[in-house]
Design a protein around this ligand. Structure first.
Ligand SMILES: [Mg+2]
Length: 196
C-alpha cells in the first residue's frame, strides 16, 4: 500500500560491524596464513574499514585461527601477523575496537570456533551491544561465518572474496536467509551499508 505524508525515517546504520579476517580483510589460502608475508590485504578492504571508522561504526574482528591450535604456527608468528594487520588498517585511518580469535583446533571442544557463536557473543558484550544484536552485521566469506552470526541473532552479509565456492556458499546461506545480501568484496559491502 502506498502511504503519503509519512515522516522521513532516519536512515539506519548498523551499530557495529563484525568482520571475519581471512577472505574478507586479507586474501585467504587453503594452506592457512602462516607468516606476515603471506598476509596480504584484499584491495579496498583497509579503506573500507577506515570508512566505517569515519562513520563512527565500531569494527570487531571475529576469526577462526586453528593454525595455532594445530601447531602450524607458534604464537609469536601469529602475533606478528596480527600486528601487521592492525598497522595496515591504522595506516589508512581505520580502527579495530575488538578482536576475537579462536585458536583452537576443531576437535578441542571449544565454544568459540565458528559456526558456534562464542566469539560473536563476546564481541557484542565488549561493544555493549548484547541487548541489540540485530543492529550488528557480521561480514564473512563462509557459511560458518553466517551460521555463527545467526546463532547470535546478528545479521549476516556474505562477501565473495574468499577461496571457497562463492555461488555454493550463497545458495546454502539462502536456504536459511532468502534475503541475505552478497557482495564481491568488503569494499562493495561497506559502500552499500554506508549508503543506507
Ligand atoms: Mg574467511
Amino acid at each position: 500500500m502506498l502511504m503519503y505524508g509519512m515522516p522521513n525515517l532516519e536512515p539506519t546504520l548498523p551499530k557495529a560491524i563484525l568482520l571475519d579476517r581471512d577472505g574478507v580483510i586479507n586474501f585467504d589460502s587453503p594452506d592457512y596464513i602462516l607468516s606476515p608475508e603471506q598476509w596480504r590485504a584484499i584491495p579496498g578492504s583497509l579503506e573500507a574499514i577506515a570508512k566505517l571508522t569515519q562513520a563512527n561504526i565500531p569494527v570487531a574482528i571475529v576469526s577462526n585461527q586453528s593454525a595455532v591450535g594445530r601447531g602450524m604456527i607458534d604464537n609469536a608468528i601469529f602475533q606478528n601477523i596480527h600486528a601487521k594487520m592492525l598497522l595496515s588498517i591504522e595506516a589508512l585511518g581505520g580502527q579495530i575496537d575488538h578482536v576475537a580469535y579462536c585458536i583452537h583446533a576443531p576437535d578441542d571442544g571449544c565454544t568459540c570456533r565458528k559456526p558456534l557463536p562464542g566469539m560473536m557473543l563476546d564481541s557484542l558484550t565488549a561493544l555493549n551491544l548484547s541487548t541489540e544484536p540485530q543492529s550488528v552485521y557480521m561480514i564473512g566469506d563462509s557459511l560458518r561465518d553466517m551460521q555463527a552470526a545467526w546463532a547470535a541473532n546478528v545479521s549476516g552479509i556474505l562477501v565473495q572474496s574468499g577461496y571457497g565456492d562463492a555461488a555454493d556458499i550463497l545458495a546454502k546461506a539462502r536456504l536459511h536467509d532468502p534475503h541475505i545480501q552478497a557482495f564481491p568484496d568488503l569494499a562493495a559491502a561497506v559502500c552499500s551499508i554506508l549508503k543506507h
